[in-house]
Design a protein around this ligand. Sequence first.
Ligand code: NAP
Length: 118
Amino acid sequence: MSTPSIPQSPLHQDPVHGKVVAITGASSGIGEATALHLAAHGARLLLGARRRERLDALVARIREQGGEAVAQTVDVTRHDQVEAFVGAAVAHFGRLDVMVGNAGVMPLSPLDAGRVDE
Ligand SMILES: NC(=O)c1ccc[n+]([C@@H]2O[C@H](COP(=O)([O-])OP(=O)(O)OC[C@H]3O[C@@H](n4cnc5c(N)ncnc54)[C@H](OP(=O)(O)O)[C@@H]3O)[C@@H](O)[C@H]2O)c1
């Protein structure tokens, strides 16, 4: 997937520009793609997941393209870590505008397996 270079459009006209956005599950897949997309629109990003090295590589890529991002490891199954993650956004950027709770896995099963508790 190709990512537009930053800045992509007149940023002063872009409603995303300057917004502080925290994304969980940013180390791969949809979260990573969302981070690159929002960075291209001038969002200031806090990127979270468990794999630090992947987050650091993504932060480096965004900064190389002129975007703004920081990383913090977070395991979303740990309440204390999620609180610290939100706190990191406020500590670093002064506020949090949007939280993208994307981290997770998607268990697939046939409907007739009836796994309604998952
Ligand atoms: N792909 C689809 O077709 C699809 C469709 C509908 C819904 N979804 C949902 O969209 C979300 C992302 O899907 P994806 O396809 O992008 O999956 P993915 O590539 O496997 O990415 C999952 C992300 O979540 C992170 N993650 C997993 N467990 C975590 C935890 N306990 N704490 C923090 N981060 C965690 C992973 O990072 P680390 O391993 O580094 O922590 C990774 O960055 C999932 O919730 C999925 O259920 C996906």
